[in-house]
Design a protein around this ligand. Sequence first.
Ligand code: SF4
Ligand code: SF4
Length: 761
Amino acid sequence: MASKIGVYFDIQNIGGGLDIETLVTQAQEKWGDTTPVVKTVPVLADALDVITADITEKGLDGVLLCGASPRADADLYRLSVQVGHVNLREQCVLSYKNADGTVPDIRYGGAPQSVAPALLAIQARDYVNMGVVKLQKSEKPDPVAIAGVKRILIIGGGWTGLTAALEAVASGYEVALVEKTDKLGGAATVIPVGSPLASPWANKQPTNVADKIREVMGASSVKVHLNARVEKLEGQPGEFTAHIASAAGIVTVTVGAVVLASGWTELDDKYLAPMGLGKCSKVMTASRFGKLLLDGQITARRIAFVLDTTLAEDTWRDASPCASPDATPSAPENVNAQDEEKPFIKENLENIRHLAYSNAVNSVGMLRLANSVCEQTDDATQAFILYKNMTVPGIFERFYKKMQNRLGIMMTKADVTDIREVGNDVVVECKNTLLGMDFNLNVDLVVLPTGLVPTTAKDAVVEFAYRQGPDFPDMELFDGFADSNYICFPYETRRTGVYAAGCVRQPQTLDACEEDAMGAVLKAAQCIDSATRGVAVHPRSGDAAYPVFNFVRCTQCKRCTEECPFGALDDDEKGTPKPNPGRCRRCGTCFGACPERVISFADYNIDQIGSMIREVVVPKDFKNEGPRVLMLACENDAYPALDMAGMRRKAWSPYVRIIPVRCLGSVNAIWVSDAMSKGFDGVMLLGCKYGNDYQCHFVKGSEICSKRKENIAETLNRLGVQPERIEQFETAIDGYDTVSDLIDGFVDRIIEMGPNPFKGM
Ligand code: SF4
Ligand code: SF4
C-alpha cells in the first residue's frame, strides 16, 4: 500500500491542453501528506534522476506519472518503488471533445495552457485522483519462484518432435521424447524427397529425416521412449511430473515444460466418398499415393491430382436434413446457419473443416507428388493438377511456377463435377476450366486431398492430473487443435507450459513444422526461466503477482476453479481452491467470478478498482453537467485501440471515465454495483471478440463477462433500473477507427434514458 506518493506532470506531453498548475494545486490540497511531492517536469522521460532523488530524499514508496499512456516508454520507468501511470495524453487531452461535439485544437507538445476547457479539466482531475488511490491500494508483488527443471518433455517423435528435440539440446536442455509407435520419423519417413526446404525454394530437396533420427538417438541428453504414452502429467510449469507408460512399465520424469508435437491423423474417407474414395480402387488420397510411390507401386501413367472438393461439397449440400451416419456432410467453407441445423453436419463440422484447413499442405504436396512421379517414370507420366484454390504459402510460389513449366505436368483451375469409373479408366468431368472449355479427362488414377486432423481431436495424447479434467478443454472451440490463440500467441495451449507445434497446431508443410518446433522450444525455455523467477510467461510476461486467496471467507462455491481458463486451480475434497501459481496467467478471471470477493493480487484487486470508481466526482445535475459513464476496458486490445484513437484525434465524449482491466473476465459484478450506487449513469465493458472466432487473450474472458453482464442486467431490472445501462462491446486492437463512435453512441443512448435512478441516493 503506497502511502508516500510522488506525483509528476509531464509538461511536454499534456501541457498543450491542460492548466497543469491547477492540477498540481488540486492534488496537493486533496491528498496532503499522501503526496509529499507534486511537481511538473518538462519531459517525464528525462526526469528519472529527479524522481530517483525524490524517492531517496522524501522516502517515497510510490510514483505516479501523469502524461503519456503507460504503453509508451513503460520500460523506462523501472524504479525501486511502485510506479503508476495516469494516461492524460491519449485518453484525456488528445481524445477530448466538447459536450457539443466540437473538437478543440489541442496539440501535445504545445505551449502550456493557463485555462483548459472545463470538462477536460474535470476529467484530468478525476483521472489523477483515480491514479493516486490505485497506488494506495496496491503493493509490490513478491514472486513465488519454482525450481525450474531444465528438461523438456516432447510428445511425438515425428519431423516436428525430432526438430524440437535437437533444438532443445542445442539450447542446453535435456529432453524426454515420447513416441507412441516403435520408431521415430512419423509421416516424414514417407517423404524422402520433399518440396523445397530452403533457398531458392524452387527445387525438390531431400528431407534427410534419417539423419535427424540418428542425431536424436545419438544425443546423450535425449532419452527416447518408444511405444510409450504420457499416462499422467501433474504439477505445474517448472516442475511437472510426467508418468510415461510403455511395455517396460511406468517411469516418472520431472520436466520444466512440454512440447506437444503429436501430429495428425487422416480425415475419415467418408467425407470424400462423393468423389469416389472408398468406392473405387483407382481413387486414393495424397498421403496413400505418397506411400505407394515410395514403394515403387505406382504403375498408372495418367494421373489426375484433384485439389478441388466442390463435387463432394455439392453432394453434401444437396443432402437433405438427416440423422443417418451414412449421410454426407456439408462443405467446410459453405457451411451456413441452415446447414448447421442438420444433425449430421452439426456433429461433424469440426471434421469437415479439416479439408479446408489442409489446403495449403495439399497444394504444395500435390505439386511435390506430381513432380516425384514424373521423375520416377522418366517423364513418362502425365500429371493433371485440377484445382479450385491453389494455396502455395509465401515463397513456395517459386516451386509452383517451376512446376507450371515442368514437362508432364498440366495444371488448370477446374470445377470437378463428376468422377466415375468407365471401363479401365476413371473419367474426371471438368467444368469452368482456364482453357475456356469443359472437358472430360480419362485417367488411370485419381489422387484426392488429405484432410489433416490433429491427433488431439481423436485421442487424449496427454492426460493432465488437473481438477478441470485430463484433456485440453473446449476442443470443439478449436476444431480439435491444441493451439489456443493462433493470432497473438501461436504455440500456446490452454495448459500453461504445454506448447503445440507442427500439424497438431495447424496443418503445415515440413519447413513450417521446423520453424514451429523452434518456436515451441523457445517458449518452453522461456516458460522454465519464468517459473524459476516466479513470474508469468505470457501474455503478462514478467508479472510477479499471482492470486492470493483469503480461505477464511471462502464458501467453497468452486466458481473460481471451474471458470479459470487455464486449469490453474485444483481443489480439495471440500472444494477449497488449491492454487498452482506456475500455471496461472494472471488474468483475474477467478476474482471476477468470486461472489465472496476473497481473491486478490497484490497490485490488482477488487477494492482497488472499486476505490477508483468511487473516486470519480459524479455530478448530481444530469441536465447541466451531463451524465457519467464508466468504461472498463480490456488492457490487451481495447486499451491500445483507445490509445491509437486518441493519437489520431478520434475524440469521444468527455463524460466517460476509463479504467483498464486485465481481461473482461476479471470484471466482478461488485464494480458495476459500485458504479451504479455512486451515481454513474451507464457502464461500458469494452473487450475482445468472443465466440468461435474469439480473440480474447485469455480465451474465454469476454464470453464469461457477457454471461455475468446478463445476470447484472437482470438484477438491475428487478431494481427498476434499465438493463441497457450496462453494455458490452467488442473491439480488436485495430478498432481505433470505431471505438470513439461506440462510446459516443452509448453516451447518446444514456442521455436519452436520463439519469440513473440511484443518482444522489
Ligand atoms: S488469474 Fe486467471 S489463470 Fe490465474 S488462477 Fe485466476 S483465473 Fe486462473
Ligand atoms: S469463487 Fe471465491 S468463494 Fe468460491 S471457491 Fe473460489 S475463492 Fe472460494
